[in-house]
Ligand binder design. Sequence first.
Ligand code: DOR
Ligand code: ZN
Length: 472
Amino acid sequence: MWDLKIINGKVVSSGYVNEHTLYIKDGKIGAVTSEDNGEEASRVIDASGKYVLPGLIDTHVHSRDPGPTYKEDFAHSSRAAAAGGITSIFEMPNTTPPVDGPEHFDLQHQNLQSKAYVDFGLWGICLGSLNNHQIQALNEKGVIGFKFFWGYAVHSETYQLIYNYKPGMENVIAPFNDGDVFEMMQEVAQTGKIFAVHAENNDLIQTMTSLVEKKGGRSYEDLIAGRPDLAELLTVNTGIELAKASGVRFHVLHVSSEAGVKAVKRAQEEGYPVTVETCPHYLFLSNEDYPEIGPQMKVYPPVKYKQDQEGIWAGIKDGTISHVCSDHAPHTEEEKEGDLWSIPAGMCGVESMASLMLNAVNQGEISITDFVRLMAEEPARMFGIYPQKGSLQPGTDADITIVDLDQEMIIQKENLHSKSKVTAFDGFAVKGVPTETIVRGAIVMQNGEITGDKGYGRLVKPVVNKQKQVQP
Ligand code: DOR
Ligand code: ZN
């Protein structure tokens, strides 16, 4: 007797779509068969007319927990993930305390596990000389990868990001320099894990922002002028050169410009193992949307021009971009209501990402097999958790997302499960909705209802080959 079987669905995996039946037992995929052979299960899901996918993974989530939990916490963000068809989230380390060493890793593991509706991985943070000596221990603990907030200053006690940094601010650690970054990369290179960066050059941002401010510019275009594509390009190129020299696996987080995509593409063509991700806001928005959406869409790096949007889509289509993630980074509605220049950057994303990308499937931008590659298979492979996650192979975790490509929905902020309901996509009409989220055999969301339990989610640890990357 199986625990669960999923019948009549179109099963998508490794580039193929097949009408298969999935059998689940003890939290694992038991069998995938071409016909329903009549074996019984305690529970049956009839997925007629729907697609059955490996569980979706969001590799980039800031749940603010522990830390500024008035904005968001892990119980809320992992419910939001379940609601949005996501079976695993990778939690960013810019919490208070940050995940900067083995003790804080253990604390965070316990903290998140007590609240988790879905499975989760933990990023480790790179804070230069403050924690270079902890990188190997963090690796041993099982971080999914290492994150460096390049270009950001951080608060000297809480390590919270300073969104609108100016030199001379009190209680602030100024952004690290390129030499510091090289040292961090050499340390991370020994782990074999990914060194992922927020890619914006602080020196250029300081100069460009003061030029704009002197002219009294306050518009959205002025915001882009203060943090232009050149700021991303400089950091991507510097990062690529330092990565070549250190042998680290270099990953560019949330690319926002055509120039950034092209720089990564060139390095990939030379044979270097550089990867890059993007997010729905860069794929579906441009400066032209600002008059309608307003400050809710302020994010770093900023959403830029139509040409950037097109360049990012080109990177999705030619395979330069490895995967799509949300950069879920809530702030309260009050915080996002002020003046565009002084408000913090970031918005919700974990719950709306799958529908936005399914809508792109319906619009013919990507296929359903591309969707699975970008949202499940490639994230799992890159971070060393494939095939446990991101696959439907017998013997692996029964993480499954079922989607209805024909169902229409309006994204509405009041329906989001996050604590702060700030989204740039309020009122967006989409076609394509996740209808079931299944984590290790348990149905945690069905038809929009959360059916899972708080504290069910478990830590997922990568299996990584510790050798340095081979250089061409
Ligand atoms: O807009 C952003 N918000 N970009 C980031 O890189 C960090 C994030 C946050 O944590 O608020
Ligand atoms: Zn981020």
